[in-house]
Design a protein around this ligand. Structure first.
Ligand code: MLT
Length: 388
């Protein structure tokens, strides 16, 4: 039999990080000691009090059954209490919060909740690939909003044509930003809320990197803009804040109708995060924040090491105030892909080509700071030897 897979699969390239993983394994098979600065997957351990909470919860048979679809009431309350403490934003845990199996799942499924075939989805370019996947899988039409250096890697909302705005159903934003590491102030988020309200567009803000910040910077929530409650949803992940990428736990908060619509998709698609993981996530959200501060201090050291080294090597880059990424312009004579390929093949270092995040990322590469300083120093030595 000739198996025919759905044509929608042909509309997407292989998932960026799955592809990088494949290339990494290929090189490792040749015996190369590969240093991976590709995916943003924290090497620092999940704090012990969170692991302990999981162990206790794993012993409780009450957690072996199907979890609540929207998440445990206590998990949703822990999430909204955290929002109140962190952003001074009050949310109703029963109506305005929903657990997700990592924000990637929530982001992908949210498109199913709001995008009809033919609707335009406004997507930052470069941007996290899942915004586009959700759009394509639901028959949406992507309109890419370029993030340019001269605009601080913020989209120019005024440049979106009126006809595009009229047909748009959903806009994605993500600050602190992946991959550019740019940050946005509340004023920009307020402009985006005004734009979306004026044009009847749902605003979805991906806030996965809010806690990985330096030099006194505090990333805002879109809900610090009071009118956001009328049109917005925000996705938060425990992955980066508490080094919990493998645990698959996050939450979405915001407009009751939007959170409810996401919940409705999810009741049909999955059965929620393992309850013991939710118990551990409650311990994370309610527990001491010392590890977050300690980990940010470590990332800051790595950031300074990497930025100084890249600038010395002639790769132009900013010193980011948030995220654990460094977004660097490729030297003359290279494209994003050709630099990535050379660095992998000749130095055994995995970096992410900017073009993997969309056309707007061409001319850049992303370095993830999720390996030890020793490994970063080794990576820098190998890059130096390439004489880029
Ligand atoms: C990244 O490296 O861009 C992210 O870690 C990927 C992800 O969160 O899925």
């Amino acid at each position: 039999m000739q198996i025919k897979t759905a044509s929608r699969l042909g509309l997407l390239p292989p998932y960026l990080f799955a592809e990088l993983d494949r290339l990494k394994k290929e090189i490792q098979k040749k015996g190369v000691d590969v240093i991976s600065l590709g995916i943003g997957d924290p090497d620092l351990p999940t704090p012990a009090h969170i692991v302990e909470a999981l162990k206790r919860a794993a012993d409780d048979p009450a957690n072996y059954r199907y979890p609540d679809y929207q998440g445990l009431d206590r998990f949703r309350s822990a999430a909204t209490d955290w929002y109140r403490r962190r952003f001074d934003v009050k949310l109703d845990p029963a109506r305005e919060a929903c657990a997700v199996i990592g924000s990637k799942e929530g982001i992908a499924n949210f498109a199913t909740a709001v995008v009809d075939p033919g609707d335009i989805v406004l997507i930052p370019d470069p941007g996290y690939p899942v915004y586009f996947s959700g759009c394509v899988f639901n028959g949406g039409e992507a309109y890419f909003m370029p993030l340019r250096k001269e605009n601080g890697f913020l989209p120019d909302l005024e440049a979106i044509p009126a006809e595009v705005a009229r047909r748009a159903r959903l806009m994605w934003l993500n600050y602190p930003n992946n991959p550019t590491a740019a940050t946005a102030e509340t004023g920009f988020l307020a402009d985006a809320v005004r734009f979306c309200l004026k044009n009847n567009i749902v605003l979805a803000h991906d806030l996965a990197y809010s806690e990985i910040a330096y030099d006194g910077y505090r990333a805002p929530s879109v809900f610090e803009v009071p009118e956001a409650r009328e049109c917005a949803i925000e996705f938060h992940s425990l992955s980066k804040t508490y080094s919990m990428t493998g645990w698959r736990i996050g939450f979405a908060v915001g407009n009751e109708t939007l959170v409810g619509a996401l919940g409705r998709v999810k009741t049909n698609m999955d059965s929620g995060p393992f309850q013991a993981v939710q118990e551990a996530a409650i311990a994370a959200l309610e527990g001491p924040e010392d590890s977050v501060r300690e980990y940010c201090a470590i990332y800051k050291q790595r950031r300074d090491l990497m930025v100084d080294a890249l600038q010395e090597l002639g790769l132009s880059c900013e010193r980011p105030r948030a995220t654990f990424y460094v977004w660097a312009a490729v030297p003359k004579g290279y494209s994003s892909a050709s630099l990535t390929e050379r660095v992998l093949k000749e130095a055994g270092v995995v970096i992410t080509p900017g073009s993997g995040f969309g056309k707007g990322g061409e001319g850049y590469v992303r370095f993830s700071l999720t390996v030890s300083s020793e490994r970063l120093k080794e990576a820098v030595q190998r890059l130096k030897a390439l004489r880029l």
